[in-house]
Design a protein around this ligand. Structure first.
Ligand SMILES: Cc1cc2nc3c(=O)[nH]c(=O)nc-3n(C[C@H](O)[C@H](O)[C@H](O)COP(=O)(O)O)c2cc1C
Ligand SMILES: [Fe+2]
Ligand SMILES: [Fe+2]
Length: 401
């Protein structure tokens, strides 16, 4: 895609990564992704953010569609993670900027990633502003959302918030605006991005949303660094979505995920799911062999109850379950009802270990079921009952919240 004007004299100059399927090396991105960068034509021509290094040529080419790269005066680095700063050395070489703005944490990170000798860095902090001619850029540090140096740039006269990784989605498309694509798919990618990338920083997100409310800056466009740009009604909607995501209030929905060697734990999973549905809680059942951990995490994020099954394996849990629990713990989901189950052959440690892992995430625990070898009819009935208990506990939690 070539440069696209998103507001008068403000251009998208990023890159579309159509075939990217593994985002940041650990999370699936089935729709690919984009690295969004922006160019503002003004007295001081300003580039905000760049793209992955392998797309540096594309970035320069997009700039050249608007002006010769040598005419760029200022660069703003909102976030030094390589997907947004990778092309920076080439850009600096091509345009020899007068100034490069970054946060105090950004300066440290730039030194660690690149040889910045001779770069005209200027550190900015929350509340600072810079005039680029007819426009004012205002900066808001958003430390740890989701990197230590993250910040956002607000273009005052255009009511445009360039929001770095917040509000982004992994979505490769020829469209630039959120209202131009399939809304169901967009909602899925927004939620999945939050679940796998932003979730641990939910308290920072809430603080930022409050801070923003207090600043009272009108926003009519939010341009994240990945995916589609929000405008019109989409702006209020994505802000609401982010508040809902960050609050993590329990919802009436469950996910049962498991791994199994000889399918006994799988039978139990299906019986538990029946109990959940009978008691009025919709459920998704996921086998860790079939579903990637980031897909499972997207469901965990959307669910009020998480039920985890593992056969006992070498006195422990199966490796896929162990990996999933570690991954989930790192993302710090909150406010879930949880329970464990599993089949075993002799020592049967998995139930206890999964229970401990879930309890360590401060979930409300419901008693689980363990079945030796192949679950009997009565044990499957106990699983159905367990599913009902999880549903009832979740529904009571929702009623109390
Ligand atoms: C989503 C995400 C979360 C991260 N969390 C942390 C963290 O909590 N602490 C930290 O020091 N670095 C964190 N990092 C930074 C990585 O450890 C850092 O980029 C490192 O250089 C990656 O090394 P590698 O790509 O060679 O494996 C995180 C990176 C990503 C993408
Ligand atoms: Fe990032
Ligand atoms: Fe990013």
């Amino acid at each position: 895609m070539t440069a696209a004007e998103i507001k008068k004299d403000i251009y998208w100059i990023g890159a579309v990564d159509w075939d990217r399927r593994n985002f940041h090396g650990y999370s699936l991105s089935p729709q690919g992704t984009t690295y969004n960068a922006f160019l503002i034509k003004d007295q001081k021509n300003t580039v905000i953010d760049t793209v992955e290094d392998r797309f540096a040529g594309k970035l320069l080419c997009n700039i050249a569609h608007v002006m010769p790269p040598s005419e760029v005066d200022y660069i703003v680095v909102n976030h030094v993670e390589p997907d947004h700063s990778g092309a920076l050395p080439e850009l600096v070489k091509a345009c020899k900027p007068e100034k490069i703005f970054c946060s105090v944490m950004g300066e440290k990170a730039l030194k660690e990633y690149y040889d910045i000798s001779g770069w005209p860095l200027q550190v900015v902090k929350t509340g600072d502003s810079v005039s680029i001619g007819s426009r004012t850029l205002r900066f808001v540090e958003t430390r740890m959302l989701h990197w230590p140096d993250s910040m956002m740039t607000y273009v005052e006269e255009d009511k445009l918030l360039i929001s770095s990784d917040a509000f982004g989605q992994n979505y490769a498309t020829s469209a630039r605006f959120a209202d131009e694509v399939d809304q169901g798919e967009l909602a899925r990618q927004l939620s999945r991005y939050y679940a796998n990338i932003v979730l641990p920083f939910s308290s920072v997100t809430l603080k930022l949303l409050d801070e923003f409310g207090k600043l009272g800056w009108p926003v009519d466009m939010i341009a994240p660094d990945h995916g589609l740009i929000w405008r019109g009604e989409g702006v209020a909607r994505v802000l609401d979505d982010y508040r809902r995501f960050a609050l993590q209030k329990p919802v009436n929905r469950a996910v049962v995920f498991y791994d199994t060697m000889w399918r006994s734990t799988e039978r139990m999973a299906h019986a538990i799911a029946e109990g959940l549905v009978e008691a009025g809680t919709p459920v998704r059942v996921m086998s860790l062999k079939s579903d990637h951990h980031s897909d499972v995490m997207a469901e965990v994020f959307e669910a009020g109850a998480v039920v985890v099954g593992s056969a006992t394996h070498n006195n422990g849990v199966l490796p896929l379950v162990s990996a999933m629990l570690t991954y989930m713990k790192g993302l710090k989901p909150l406010n879930k009802v949880a329970a464990a189950f599993g089949s075993y052959g002799w020592s049967g440690e998995s139930l206890k270990l999964v229970n401990e892992a879930l309890a360590a995430m401060h979930f409300d625990m419901v008693e689980g079921v363990r079945a030796k070898n192949r679950p009997t009819h009565d044990q499957l009935k106990a699983c159905v009952e367990m599913g009902r208990n999880v549903a009832k506990t979740l529904q009571a939690k929702i009623a109390a919240s």
